[in-house]
Design a protein. Structure first.
Length: 493
């Protein structure tokens, strides 16, 4: 009977493991070298593990299967340099210890595992890192996985964004980290034991603790395994570490925290202005009104349909007189037959495989200034046409922009993805909203430098990312606030 039970347990355990984790052979460390900011360990396989001391409470872990750490744009982590932190390295047999005043990281040279502790308390065990070669969109890459052993631990796991499973504590659960409607992925895990793990990978990922004695954190596309261990032990300090890494979220103007009037949808200028006026006649508080879809002639060309919206300038002015802000929904889908479509198609801004019927989403371009260039087409035309200006004609001056930003905001709906070559596709599913917001900053940044904070621009996006400020959990929408100097973007999360 006991044998039968053991076989069943073993079968369940094996079924819960990824195929790579079931049979992976441990590889020993051949050399450990102290560096100015931590240590570097080389494995018998040629793989390299780096432990970088960011602060007394934060350790950056990097692992490369071939010893190469490619230089890639880091869309999420904004802090690139750290003041020198005091640490020491000691050895005892086959173990090497890196210690700060708060945490100790122990490298087991016989297995390559690393353990994190504070005082006598064992916090987290990175038992194994696995990089499996893959081909994604024709490019050679890896599937990354880190196996964390936690036998006997009853700790609670929190964070990871916004999901719809009705789960608060992810102990014993599995969470898909992928941006979808009603799901916002934030690869930041916090433990009741007083530490956090920020998994720095923007591809589709998963945190799997279904078998409660081990946790698997994996990503579909990766050049390296890259994560930060952040010690609190208070959650406030862990969150402070996350903010230090990814940037603080600036606050919106007070109006953004008021009531928003929105329906699916207003069909004319007369209806929209009439609804706003009714609020004021009834003395009901409201700060923002949303003009949702199909205010245009053709999808993808942000020009008001003059048969239903005869005077866009007057529309904005009427709402401003009634102390209303206006948000416009703009979908990143482009139908053929417009100048914008033809120009973007000529520049190669679309992804062929995403074409669906008569329209398809715009792909982010494979250029260094891609966000700005796509923003020129997605955002600038809107800002021109909302004031009845020709996109290819007059420039938007500071006064007009200030007027727009004082009460007109942008909602980008639907998916925006790009090619793997631009690192905006399979390995960066979580960042399009961030880049879209940067496009707004690129278009509006200069004219906005002297706009008061309470009049800052707001973008609403249905994609997730980092630097969250406000989330509408009912629709997977996130407010995006632009810093007036265009230096920092608070984006979905």
């Amino acid at each position: 009977m006991r044998l039968k039970f053991a076989v069943i347990v073993l079968a369940i355990f094996s079924a819960s493991l990824p195929a790579s984790a079931q049979w992976s052979k441990l590889v020993p460390v051949s050399k450990v070298v102290k560096e100015s900011d931590g240590l570097r360990a080389t494995f018998m396989s040629g793989a390299v593990l780096k432990l970088q001391v960011c602060s007394d409470a934060m350790i950056h872990v990097l692992y490369s299967p071939n010893g190469v750490f490619p230089s890639r744009p880091d869309y999420v982590v904004t802090k690139t340099s750290w003041p020198a932190a005091q640490f020491k390295i000691e050895s005892a047999g086959k173990k090497t210890m890196l210690s700060t005043s708060l945490v100790t990281v122990t490298l087991d040279e016989s297995s390559g595992s690393i353990g994190f502790s504070a005082g006598k308390e064992q916090l987290f065990s990175d038992a194994q890192r696995i990089m499996t070669p893959e081909v994604v969109n024709g490019e050679k890459t890896y599937r990354a996985e880190m196996d964390a052993g936690m036998y006997g631990s009853h700790e609670g796991f929190y964070g990871l964004g916004q999901h719809q499973a009705g789960v608060w504590n992810y102990h014993g659960e599995s969470v898909d980290l992928s941006q979808e409607n009603t799901n916002i992925a934030v690869p930041m895990l916090m433990s009741s034991k007083g530490y956090g793990i920020f998994w720095n990978n923007t591809s589709r990922s998963r945190v799997n603790n279904r078998f409660v004695h081990v946790m698997y954190i994996s990503s579909e596309v990766a050049d390296t395994i890259d994560y930060y261990f952040i010690y609190g032990p208070d959650f406030d300090k862990i969150v402070a570490g996350y903010r230090e890494l990814t940037g603080a979220a600036p606050m919106f103007g007070r109006w953004a925290y008021g009531f928003w009037q929105c329906k699916n949808r207003y069909k004319s200028q007369e209806e929209l202005v009439g609804i706003a006026q009714k609020y004021r006649d009834l003395h009901l508080p409201a700060d923002n009104i949303v003009q949702d879809w199909f205010w245009w002639y053709t999808m993808g060309e942000p020009v008001f349909d003059k048969t239903r919206y005869p005077n866009p300038i007057g529309l904005v002015e009427d709402l401003h007189k009634n102390k209303f802000h206006l948000m416009i929904s703009f979908w990143p889908y482009f139908r053929p037959g417009t100048k914008i479509y033809e120009d973007m198609d000529k520049r190669g801004f679309f992804i062929d495989k995403t074409k669906v019927g008569a329209f398809h989403p715009a792909g982010l371009p494979d250029t260094d200034d891609g966000a700005g260039r796509i923003g020129e087409h997605r955002h600038a035309p809107f800002l021109h046409h909302v004031h009845g200006l020709d996109h290819h004609g007059a420039a938007v001056g500071p006064n007009l922009v200030r007027d727009v930003v004082g009460g007109v905001h942008i909602h980008i709906g639907g998916p925006v993805r790009g090619p793997r070559a631009a690192h905006l596709g399979a390995d960066a599913r979580h960042v399009p909203a961030l880049l879209g917001g940067q496009a707004v900053a690129a278009v509006l940044g200069a004219p906005l430098h002297d706009v008061p904070p309470e009049e800052g621009a707001v973008e609403l996006t249905r994609l997730g990312g980092v630097r969250t400020a406000v989330v509408d959990p009912g629709r997977d929408t996130v407010l995006v606030r632009l810093h007036l100097h265009g230096a920092l973007l608070s984006e979905a999360g």
